[in-house]
Design a protein around this ligand. Structure first.
Ligand SMILES: NC(=O)c1ccc[n+]([C@@H]2O[C@H](COP(=O)([O-])OP(=O)(O)OC[C@H]3O[C@@H](n4cnc5c(N)ncnc54)[C@H](OP(=O)(O)O)[C@@H]3O)[C@@H](O)[C@H]2O)c1
Length: 379
C-alpha cells in the first residue's frame, strides 16, 4: 500500500468514526461524543464503536469488545485522544494496550485535565501514536470543550424564518413557517438536550408545551423560561403537565423584585415552577452558570428575537439551526429573528461559520456555529 493509499484509508476510517460518534448525541453528554474504528493490517475495518451513554462504555471499549481477539495487532482510529483516567469505565489507553493494538490515530487531543495523557501512556507501552487532525472531529468535541473550559452549557438556537428573515407576523402568528419535517427534527432535538428554553414573549404569544412529541426520548429536557418579571400566566401549558419535565423560570433576583413580581412568583412557585436568578440588569449569563451547576450541559433555545438578541449580546450563542421556509412576509413590523444588537460596522456584527446547508422538503436548513477552539482561547 502506498503512503497516499494508507492516508486515504485512515481518513475514511476517521470520517466513519465521526459519523458513529454523532449517534451518541443526547446519550453521551456531558461526556464528549467519541467514535472508534479498528482496522486490520490492510487497513480494512474489523470493528467499531461509539460512546452511546454517559456512564456506559467508551468508544474504544465498544470497538475492542466487538473485535475480540482480532484487536491484536490492529490500528485504532479514534476521534478523541484515548483517556487515561479511572473514571466510571477505566482508562481506554490501558484497554488498547491490553488488547494488543499496534497503532493509534486520534484526531483531537483530550482537553480534559483529568483524562489527558492517554497518548503518552500508549507511547510508553510501545504503541505507535499519531494525531490525524480532522475538522469534523474538532466540531464534534467542541460542546464538551466549551462546557469544560467555560463552566457553561452549549447553547443551540433554532428558529424558523421566512425568506426575508421574519419569525412571526406583526400579529405574532407564527404557525407555520417551516414544514412538518423541520418541526419533527426540532422535536427530536428537544428529546436530546438537557433544557429547552424560550422567552416570555413566546409564552404569551404561543403558549408552547416545550416538550418532545412523536419521537424517542434520549433524555427529558427541563423547560426554561426567561421571564424576569414573572409574567408567565399560571395556566400556561408549560406549568400544566409536571410529568412532561421540570419548569424553571429565570427571574430577577429577590433584592431587585417589586412586590407585584414577588406576588406573581409565589403563585407560579405554587404551580410547581422552580426559580433561577438572572443578573440584576436582566443578564442571562449568571442563570446559565447556575443551570450548568444543576447538570444542564446542552440547551436548545426556541425563542423570539428578544431573548435571542440578549443571548447574542452576552456572547452565549454557540450554534444556530435556521429553517428558511418558502415564503416572503415583507412587513417591517413583523417579528425579526434577532433584535437589540446595534453593530457600528460590519466587523462588529456577529460572525458565524457555515457548517452545513441542507434541504428538508420545501425548507432550507442552515447550520452555523459561532464558537470555535480559537474563540475559547485554545489551539
Ligand atoms: N418562528 C420561530 O421559530 C419562532 C420561535 C419562537 C418564537 N417565535 C415568535 O416570536 C415571538 C416572540 O418574540 P419576542 O422577541 O417578543 O419574545 P421572546 O424572545 O420569546 O421573549 C423575550 C422577550 O419577550 C418580550 N416580551 C413580550 N412581552 C413581554 C412581557 N409581558 N413581559 C416581559 N417581556 C415581554 C421582551 O421584549 P423586550 O426585551 O423588547 O421588552 C423580551 O425580550 C412570537 O410571535 C413567537 O411566535 C417564533
Amino acid at each position: 500500500m502506498t503512503p497516499l493509499q494508507e492516508e486515504h484509508r485512515l481518513r475514511q476510517a476517521m470520517t466513519r468514526a465521526v459519523r458513529l460518534a454523532s449517534r451518541g448525541h443526547g446519550g453521551a453528554e456531558p461526556n464528549p461524543m467519541v467514535g472508534c474504528v479498528l482496522l486490520d493490517a490492510e487497513l480494512r475495518t474489523i470493528a467499531d464503536g461509539y460512546h452511546a451513554k454517559c456512564g456506559g462504555a467508551h468508544a474504544e471499549i465498544e470497538a475492542l469488545r466487538a473485535a475480540g481477539a482480532r484487536a491484536q495487532g490492529s490500528t485504532a482510529v479514534v476521534t478523541l485522544e484515548p483517556c487515561n483516567h479511572h473514571g466510571r469505565t477505566g482508562p481506554c489507553a490501558e484497554a488498547l494496550i491490553n488488547a494488543g493494538v499496534r497503532r493509534v490515530y486520534f484526531a483531537v487531543r483530550d482537553p480534559s485535565p483529568l483524562a489527558t495523557g492517554g497518548a503518552q501512556r500508549l507511547r510508553d507501552a510501545g504503541i505507535e501514536v499519531h494525531q490525524l487532525r480532522s475538522t469534523a472531529a474538532e466540531e464534534l468535541v467542541l460542546p464538551f470543550v466549551k462546557c469544560m473550559t467555560q463552566q457553561l452549557p452549549w447553547i443551540t438556537v433554532k428558529w424558523a424564518a421566512s425568506i426575508d428573515g421574519r419569525i412571526a407576523l406583526s400579529s405574532r402568528d407564527s404557525k407555520w413557517i417551516s414544514g412538518e419535517r423541520a418541526r419533527h427534527m426540532v422535536h427530536r432535538e428537544r428529546g436530546r438536550v438537557d433544557a429547552v428554553m424560550t422567552g416570555i414573549g413566546t409564552i404569551l404569544a404561543d403558549d408552547p408545551r416545550l416538550n418532545a412529541r412523536g419521537v424517542a426520548l434520549k433524555r427529558r429536557a427541563m423547560r426554561v423560561i426567561y421571564d424576569p418579571l414573572a409574567n408567565t400566566p399560571p395556566h400556561a401549558a408549560v406549568l400544566e403537565r409536571a410529568d412532561e419535565g421540570k419548569t424553571v423560570l429565570l427571574v430577577l433576583p429577590q433584592d431587585v423584585r417589586d412586590e407585584a413580581t414577588s406576588a406573581r412568583i409565589r403563585t407560579l412557585v405554587a404551580k410547581g415552577a422552580s426559580l433561577v436568578d438572572i443578573g440584576t440588569r436582566g443578564e442571562i449569563t449568571p442563570a446559565m452558570r447556575t443551570l450548568f451547576t444543576m447538570g444542564v450541559s446542552t440547551v436548545l433555545i426556541e425563542a423570539g428575537g428578544g431573548l435571542v438578541g440578549k443571548l447574542f449580546a452576552e456572547g452565549l450563542v454557540d450554534e444556530l439551526f435556521t429553517f428558511v421556509g418558502p415564503l416572503v412576509i415583507g412587513d417591517a413590523s413583523a417579528v425579526s429573528s434577532v433584535r437589540g444588537l446595534r453593530p457600528d460596522s460590519m466587523s462588529d456584527a456577529v460572525h458565524a461559520r457555515l457548517i452545513a446547508v441542507r434541504r428538508r422538503d420545501g425548507d432550507a436548513l442552515l447550520h452555523y456555529r459561532f464558537t470555535s477552539f480559537a474563540s475559547l482561547g485554545l489551539q
